[in-house]
Design a protein around this ligand. Structure first.
Ligand SMILES: Nc1ncnc2c1ncn2[C@@H]1O[C@H](COP(=O)(O)OP(=O)(O)O)[C@@H](O)[C@H]1O
Ligand SMILES: [Mg+2]
Length: 363
């Protein structure tokens, strides 16, 4: 489809959907297709009310109709942009899109996967990069069997390939899952798993001890930077290596625990998510659900740069991680290890469908 065909198609789709409830809508707006998205330009005065409910309604109408030629990205907030035009058409709703459908990375082995030279970027799909420096800390959520552990292992592998022994990779895994078995073969990974006789109340103190150690290091790094005279220094990555703290099955870690133990853990997560970015520390939390109980509120979620929800996507499953999703769920790609993602790095402005990499040697 060329530009004007695409514009005509979008206009027809919107007309057909809105006509029944408001016949004056027809011809009351104009659509312009751009390389990075399309504009919906209402001609004022109009019966249309330019609020977020209209914004997402049009998203809902158009997103499915453009698939698979375009993947329309669901912006996390209404995108009202200004235009050079007469006052009656000096504003537009902007809907970002990607041409076509993003492709999953598939490779026989981890080592055969392409790896970007930047130390802090993780390739999530072909053409989808996650820059840890801009958006450190991530949460991966989804039901049992949705692909969390496989996704986590991909992150762990990527981190390790990037940092080698110049940095620290800490994995806390109460269930000794696939990732823990992988870590056992990589002595560079600082692996924390329960001892055979550990009860939950025995293991969590060891976890909080480890996190306390990371928080101490964070404070040291912050003091160090404070004492540097250079005024342009923005984060510790200029001085030292990254630290990754990955917590698998976080909900299993916290189940049935005494309140004071749980509160210590929760406050550590809050401290790390709020304060550790400049200290070049990344926190990654993987959990099935019941997130608010793990985190003791929504603060941690508000501070993470990447939110990844795998498996079934609906209002219920998205409730904690994507509270902004009332309707207009991005179209799923479908298949194992797929879901939706939001990367809050100032470049990605919305929620996109995702299919996490498939590395054959895993299965
Ligand atoms: N990205 C993926 N590509 C291919 N298969 C996957 C992917 N993610 C998950 N799977 C399949 O689904 C199964 C369950 O995934 P897993 O990561 O263990 O789920 P969870 O940790 O969420 O319970 C895996 O053993 C694998 O067969
Ligand atoms: Mg798992």
């Amino acid at each position: 489809m060329d530009k004007s065909e695409t514009e005509r198609y979008i206009t027809m789709v919107i007309d057909a959907a809105l006509a029944s409830e408001d016949s004056s809508v027809k011809q009351a707006y104009k659509v312009i297709a751009q390389s990075d998205g399309f504009l919906f330009i209402p001609r004022m005065p109009s019966s249309l009310i330019l609020d977020s409910s209209l914004y997402y309604k049009i998203y809902d109408i158009v997103a499915g109709s453009l698939f698979p030629a375009y993947t329309v990205i669901r912006a996390t907030t209404m995108q009202l942009v200004q235009r050079e035009d007469s006052l009656s058409m000096a504003r537009a709703f902007f809907y970002p899109w990607k041409v076509g459908v993003s492709e999953r990375l598939v490779a026989p082995t981890y080592d055969s996967l392409p790896i970007s030279s930047d130390r802090y970027t993780v390739t999530l799909m072909k053409g989808m990069e996650y820059d840890l420096r801009k958006a450190p800390h991530f949460i991966i959520s989804g039901g049992s069997g949705s692909g969390k552990t496989v996704a986590t292992k991909y992150f762990l592998n990527t981190f390790l390939r990037k940092i080698g022994t110049n940095g620290r990779l800490i994995l806390i895994d109460v269930k000794k899952s696939h990732g823990a078995r992988w870590a056992k073969q990589h002595p560079e990974v600082d692996l924390l798993v329960p001892n055979p006789s550990d009860r939950p109340e025995d293991f969590l103190p060891r976890v909080t001890e480890k996190l306390a150690e990371v928080i101490d290091e964070m404070n040291r790094r912050q003091d160090f930077m404070f004492n540097q005279s250079a005024d342009k220094v923005t984060d510790y990555s200029e001085f030292g290596d990254p630290i990754f703290v990955i917590i698998e099955e976080a909900q299993a870690l916290t189940v049935g625990l005494k309140k004071n133990l749980l509160e210590t853990f929760q406050s550590q997560l809050k401290v790390l998510s709020l304060l550790s970015r400049e200290a070049n520390i990344t926190l990654g939390i993987i959990a099935q659900s019941a997130m608010a109980e793990i985190f003791g509120g929504s603060q941690v979620r508000q501070n993470v740069g990447l939110r990844l929800l795998l498996g079934r996507i609906d209002k219920e499953s998205a409730k904690f991680l994507f509270p902004e999703l009332e309707s207009g769920f991005p179209l799923p790609i479908g298949g194992k290890g797929t879901g939706i993602v939001s990367i809050n790095d100032g470049e990605h402005i919305g929620i996109e469908p995702i299919a996490m990499p498939t590395v054959m040697e895993d299965f």
